[in-house]
Structure formats: structure tokens, C-alpha cells
Design a protein. Structure first.
Length: 180
């Protein structure tokens, strides 16, 4: 019987880990950060997208070909940013933490930081919420419906308690009320 329990626990963790790595990394990072903000400051990686097209990454050479005003519009208008990955840093151990675990170096996920992809640390939860993007295919209109920011957060942000439970159980997170 214990073997079945172990397999079930492992499978459930793998599913949760995939969810947090594939679109809800910000929920996990914000949940950890809110549990103990001093110990677990937030960070995130974002990328510039083509204006009005949240899912189309802007390659560095494409960015370089734009005029200076176009480059500035993309760089300073958060509507053109897409969240790539969110994480926290454990100030006690100096480890980066995401759904996969603890790391000594920034979890890059094979995303190279460059002219169009940036790392922000430390960050505020509002920064991550503001650039969150969700895309759903509309069969009737035959187009992607892009939702950003608070509207997305109002749907996925309800999972903070579940995310924190995952972090405590699988990532060794210590909320402030558990510290001595």
C-alpha cells in the first residue's frame, strides 16, 4: 500500500511542479515572498514582446532594427512585457528558489538574458502581477484573446494558499510565523 502512496505523491508533485513552471511561477513566487518578505525577496525575468502581441517574442536583431522611439516605447511600456519566470532568493542560504527546487545560480531555463530579456531583482508583487499574461484561443473569432495584469491575477491569484503549501512541503520554505 505504501508504494501506491509514494507513486501518487510523486505524480501529484510532478503535476504541481509543471503547473508552477508553465504559467503560474508568479503565483508560487509571490506566495513564498508574502510568507516571509525579508527572507524571500522576489525576482523575475521578463521579455519584450511585439506591441499588441503578447506571445510574440522580439528577437534582439529585430529590436535593433527598430527606431529609437519604437525601442523606447517597447522598453518603457509594461504592456509590451511578458513574464518569463518568477523566483525568490532565500537570504539565509543565498539560493534561488522556483518550483523545481533550490539553485545556486539564477534559474535561467535556457533563456539567455540579452537586449530583449531582462532580470529584475528585487521586485514587488505588483510588478509581476502587472506583466502577467494569459492567452486563450477564441474559436468563434478565430484569434487569441490576450488578457493581462490584474484581470489575469484575479483568476490565478486565488491559488496562493495552495502554492504556499507546495512550497513548504517540497521547497523547504519557512513562513515568518514558523521562524524562531
Amino acid at each position: 500500500m505504501r508504494i501506491k502512496e509514494i507513486i501518487k505523491e510523486t505524480t501529484e508533485r510532478e503535476i504541481q511542479q509543471a503547473i508552477y513552471m508553465e504559467g503560474q511561477c508568479g503565483v508560487l513566487a509571490i506566495a513564498i515572498h508574502q510568507s516571509n518578505p525579508r527572507r524571500y525577496p522576489l525576482g523575475y525575468i521578463y521579455e519584450y514582446n511585439h506591441p499588441g502581441q503578447a506571445d510574440i517574442h522580439l528577437e534582439p536583431d529585430e529590436f535593433s532594427e527598430l527606431s529609437k522611439p519604437e525601442q523606447q516605447e517597447i522598453m518603457y511600456n509594461h504592456q509590451n512585457w511578458g513574464l518569463v519566470h518568477a523566483y525568490v532568493v532565500d537570504q539565509r542560504t543565498q539560493e534561488y528558489i522556483d518550483a523545481r527546487g533550490r539553485h545556486k545560480t539564477l534559474p535561467s531555463l535556457n533563456y539567455k538574458l540579452n537586449l530583449t530579456r531582462k532580470n529584475v531583482f528585487p521586485a514587488d508583487p505588483e510588478d509581476i502581477i502587472r506583466i502577467y499574461t494569459e492567452m486563450e484561443w477564441d474559436d468563434v473569432a478565430e484569434e487569441w484573446k490576450v488578457t493581462k495584469g490584474v484581470e489575469v491575477w484575479n483568476k490565478i491569484g486565488r491559488g496562493l494558499a495552495q502554492a504556499l503549501a507546495y512550497a513548504i512541503k517540497h521547497l523547504g520554505i519557512e513562513p515568518v510565523n514558523n521562524n524562531s
